[in-house]
Design a protein around this ligand. Structure first.
Ligand code: FEO
Ligand code: CA
Ligand code: CA
Ligand code: CA
Length: 515
């Protein structure tokens, strides 16, 4: 049990049972603090914490495990809880659109653990700020300023920020996932969204940039590592049914002494998609796409709703590959998979893990986690092998794996995302609420899932992130009470702080009782 010998959240724990309780349930010996919830004021300027928090990343201040900056993604809005009324049927007022864009994006908050062991938000922080759907950003890389993005370099804001990742140079990447709805409702050019976006939480003067070299799709996340010869490798999931697994490899080498200037590595390199039949990475280049389309034997894959002629007209330059990445990958024979969401590189052996949430198009109802083995354990390799590491279902006890993170014991932590419409119904009944599970990647319990946390009603736990010493686990509790139609009768009341009259997505800090 926690507290015997270590102060790590990642130490021993007694697994919990599935639960339908409207609260965050944790094993014996653990507690949680609500650090920031929707609508909380985060700084002296009066900026407020956004809605539906997702990815979190902790940046220590002066190396501290009890004081730092926390970046938090805000993925999407809610008519009921943001505008106070259900279903506007897509007809929003200008004021509502502004609010819908404001509650998405991300927050930089300053957090501290006090002498009593409670994590709190510092509202006097000089760093705390919002990045929203209204914040100026710019496109960088091969597609910036091209016809493929209608000439744009400077674009408005970021939204639909799902998961993300940290860079090796202490900035963060936040990923635009299901951007189509908001860009449509707000009347914004869709080619300006669906990118990986870089932010420096410590420096508001660092231009927020969208890295077009990393492709445009329903970006879930990034997982960054180095090839054996020192180039930066970024693995990425595209969260939709029948979508591919990607990696970007930079042209130039990472130079630690150059610090943040390494951001330039993400503007030049090669984007690859995985062919799971051949175990090969396919380079997504305009030359290859044009060659494939010119081949007389080429048949348009059934997942692409376009003719060969339309595709030939669409793919003129590398920028077109950046903007229409999923189509380029399918044209070149990359393998459609079952909603590839989060990806994590195992810190011990350079294997990487992909959460395939589910895909009811072909009966993968509970999803699975796939482990990839790059040739010679080199992240820059062009060949790989893979296996199903853990499968969702009754036996494993989890369904719909989504975000992943590793602890220093080699355990993989995963959170689940059974959609709130499916929870506690039919074949999802036995799982009860969504939760968090720990799965060892080595040893006698390899592949066995043990439940660590259970989410409030209709919520999903997202964005797990440990402090470097693993004494705290940050977790974002997203969309509690999502099926509410009447705001005066919410289906969840979590987190029930004094004065709360509705459920609020919130970031929590999980710690042990004892030191
Ligand atoms: Fe936003 Fe793929 O979850
Ligand atoms: Ca996710
Ligand atoms: Ca998800
Ligand atoms: Ca989600």
């Amino acid at each position: 049990l926690f507290g015997y010998k270590s102060n790590k959240v990642s130490g021993f724990f007694e697994p919990i049972a599935h639960s339908k309780v409207d609260d965050v349930i944790l094993p014996k010996g653990f507690k949680y603090d609500v650090v920031a919830a929707y609508g909380d004021v985060i700084n002296e300027a009066g900026d407020t914490f956004g809605f539906n928090n997702d990815f979190t990343v902790y940046f220590p201040i002066d190396g501290s495990n009890t004081h730092g900056l926390l970046w938090v993604n805000h993925e999407y809005s809610s008519d009921v809880f943001v505008h106070g009324q259900p279903g506007a049927d897509g007809n929003y007022t200008a004021e509502q659109i502004k609010k819908m864009l404001y509650v998405q994006g991300g927050s930089v908050i300053e957090v501290r653990r006090d002498e009593k062991g409670v994590w709190k938000l510092d509202t006097q922080s000089k760093y705390a700020r919002r990045v929203t759907g209204l914040t100026p950003t710019k496109l960088v890389g091969p597609a910036a300023g091209t016809k493929a993005v209608n000439g744009a370099v400077n674009v408005q804001g970021t939204f639909a920020n799902c998961s993300g990742g940290m860079t090796l140079w202490n900035t963060l990447l936040t990923c635009e996932e299901n951007f189509e709805e908001t860009s449509g409702q707000a009347g914004l050019d869709a080619t300006h969204y669906g990118w990986v976006v870089e932010v420096d939480p410590f420096d508001p003067t660092f231009e927020i940039r969208k890295h077009t070299a990393l492709g445009r799709f329903n970006h879930e996340n990034t997982a960054m590592g180095l090839s054996k010869d020192g180039r930066v490798v970024v693995y990425m999931g595209d969260d939709k049914k029948d979508a591919c697994v990607y990696k970007f490899v930079s042209k130039n080498n990472y130079v630690p002494e150059m610090g943040r200037a390494n951001t330039a590595l993400l503007t030049e390199g090669t984007l690859y998609a995985a062919d799971l039949k051949k175990g090969k990475w396919i380079a997504l280049t305009i030359e290859a796409v044009q060659k494939a389309l010119k081949d007389e034997k080429f048949k348009v894959p059934s997942l692409i709703k376009a003719t060969k002629e339309e595709l030939a007209a669409k793919f003129q330059t590398q920028a077109d590959v950046c903007v229409n990445t999923h189509e380029a990958a399918l044209i070149l024979g990359a393998t459609p998979t079952d909603r590839p969401e989060d990806i994590e590189i195992c810190p011990f052996d350079n294997t990487f893990f992909v959460a395939h949430t589910n895909n009811d198009n072909h009966g993968n109802i509970h999803g699975h986690i796939t482990r990839f083995f790059e040739k010679d354990s080199d992240l820059g390799a062009m060949e790989f092998d893979f296996e199903i590491f853990a499968a969702g279902g009754r036996q494993s006890g989890f369904s719909a794996p989504d975000n992943l993170t590793f602890d220093s014991n080699g355990n993989l932590w995963t959170v689940t995302d059974i959609s709130s419409g499916s929870l506690n119904k039919g074949v999802f009944t036995s799982f009860a609420n969504n939760g968090m599970f720990v799965i060892p990647t080595t040893g006698p319990n390899m592949g066995v899932a043990m439940q660590f946390a259970s989410a409030p009603v209709e919520a999903e736990m997202t964005g797990p992130w440990f402090t470097p010493d693993e004494s705290t686990l940050f977790l974002a509790v997203q969309h509690p009470g999502e099926n509410t139609t009447d705001p005066s009768k919410p289906t969840s009341t979590w987190p029930r702080r004094p004065g709360d009259t509705m459920p609020r997505p919130a970031v929590i800090a999980i710690t042990g009782f004892q030191f």
